[in-house]
Design a protein. Structure first.
Lengths: 84, 402
């Protein structure tokens, strides 16, 4: 992935952006509150396929945005402006 | 692996059985080393190593072959020093030439802050038995005459730590040495056999489902690189691991020898010379998690411009090949070895960008765990439950990443 579209600045090189992590989802089968906390803090879904992630335009307008990216091919599926 | 290589090796291929005592997923360095030590040290030979492609086709064939033990926490230093020592005697033990050569590693510091952390690391490493000494800029120049101490005017070298025991070896040959040793003892290595599920009886993992049919097992060990989450998902095990691409490249041959391995935490690059004379250059992993093995021009550009500041002769060389592997980076940048919480499934993962140097120790200690059922002391800090018990082994600075 070489380019990302920032809602403010338009299409910019990926070097200007910082990866802010996936939006985590703890599996429903983990019901114990402590285990849910451990899972939320440490574990990663590490999905091979489309994931929903936060990206930060650190070398530009410093805006956060939500990006849907396919990790199997490292390509952007959709760029949305949703605030989570 | 081509026919030419196969004729050089004594690899005995076997027809797959339907059941084994131990099934190891992943025919890379860690998987084959575990099989080798199980067979040679503990007499357990009813083992299958199941590999999706050919042996050494994953990260064992894509790394930068540096063997060192200068880490930032005592648990890691002890573990990697054990590995360094096993590497030193590996040729003698297996009878295979792995092109092991002890070179010493210069870890450059460009600022007073970096000097402080290098000094701290020197004291810790030497105290834990991995000899590391501070050298001044001029001493570093004497050890490695190709260094530009002005750092191209941008990254002046203030000093360096010299990790005396650091070495390099030929990655394929390490894999083949273990494969040959294990197969000689009767271990089955099943190539082109992709695991696409785990067999379960209640909560217990009882084998693997492969593209060529099911194989039942007393114990299953996942020694997979990159795709470990896929295996863990089959057993509903959650891992603190993300998969990131890691890139590296080699230049054409360089007639003069670069005697030292040169690493640089601030530039996040490292260089060593292969036995062929090529300069092997690597850097930190790509920022975003991805399973894509796509190499990028961007990496070549940034990495070569950075390393050219401290080793200007590199600017006159040409890039021959570049490649990418996908590595599993754990949340605290230390490996995860041991039980997974799922009965019958063990894991050795989180090898990120530092797996090659750990092949012998990782294999030997995992073999001990499987054979005796007890976690060796050296392995205890690296268990998966360290995250739940709030004892992570945060050691990112020593991994050459940021």
């Amino acid at each position: 992935m070489l380019w990302l579209t920032c809602p403010n600045c338009g299409r910019r090189p990926i070097d200007e952006f910082a990866f802010g992590g996936e939006i985590p989802a703890v599996p429903d089968r983990i019901t114990d509150p402590t285990e849910r906390d451990v899972d939320y803090v440490w574990m990663f879904d590490n999905i091979e396929g489309p994931t929903t992630e936060r990206w930060f335009h650190h070398a530009g307008c410093r805006r956060w945005q939500t990006v849907r990216r396919d990790t199997a091919t490292d390509t952007v599926v959709a760029e949305t402006d949703t605030v989570h | 692996m081509n026919e030419f290589v196969e004729t050089l090796l004594e690899l005995k291929w076997h027809e797959p059985k339907s059941s084994y005592d131990v099934v190891i997923i992943g025919g890379g360095g860690h998987g084959l080393a575990t099989a080798y030590y199980l067979a040679t040290r503990y007499g357990i030979t009813d083992i299958a190593v199941v590999e999706a492609n050919y042996i050494g086709s994953g990260n064992s064939g894509r790394n930068t072959t540096i063997i060192r033990a200068n880490y930032g926490i005592p648990e890691s230093v002890r573990f990697y020093r054990h590995s360094l020592e096993l590497y030193e005697t590996l040729e003698e033990e297996t009878g295979c030439w792995i092109m092991h050569s002890t070179k010493g590693l210069l870890w450059l510091a460009h600022t007073e802050t970096a000097m402080r952390s290098e000094r701290a690391r020197c004291l810790l490493n030497t105290a834990c038995g991995a000899e590391t000494v501070m050298v001044t800029a001029s001493e570093a120049k004497a050890l490695c005459p190709q260094l530009d101490l002005s750092g191209g005017g941008r990254y002046p070298v203030v000093g360096a730590s010299h990790h005396v025991g650091a070495a390099s070896a030929r990655h394929d040959r390490v894999v083949w040495a273990y494969a040959q040793g294990a197969m000689r003892e009767g271990v089955h290595v099943l190539q082109n056999t992709r695991v696409n599920g785990l067999l379960r009886e209640g909560d217990r993992i009882t084998g693997v489902q492969t593209a060529n049919g099911p194989i039942s097992a007393g114990i299953v060990l996942s020694a997979v690189g990159g795709n470990v989450t896929t295996i863990a998902n089959y057993a509903d095990v959650r891992l603190p691991v993300r998969t990131h691409p890691l890139q590296a490249f080699v230049t054409n041959g360089y007639a003069q020898g670069l005697d030292k391995i040169v690493g640089d935490t601030e530039l996040l690059c490292y260089v060593s010379q292969t036995a062929r004379g090529q300069m092997l250059i690597g850097a930190e992993f790509d920022r975003q998690p991805s399973y894509s093995k796509q190499s990028t021009f961007d990496f070549l550009q940034t990495c070569s411009s950075k390393i050219g500041h401290v080793l200007p002769f590199l600017k006159n060389l040409r890039i021959l090949r570049q490649w990418t592997g996908i590595c599993d980076i754990s949340a605290d940048f230390s490996p995860i070895m041991g039980p997974t919480g799922a009965d019958g499934l063990l894991v050795t993962t989180g090898w990120g960008t530092w797996g090659f140097k750990a092949i012998p120790a990782g294999g030997a200690l995992m073999a001990e765990l499987i054979a005796t059922g007890k976690t060796p002391d050296m392995l205890k800090p690296f268990s998966l439950d360290r995250f739940a018990s709030d004892h992570p082994l945060a050691d990112q600075g020593s991994t050459g990443t940021r």
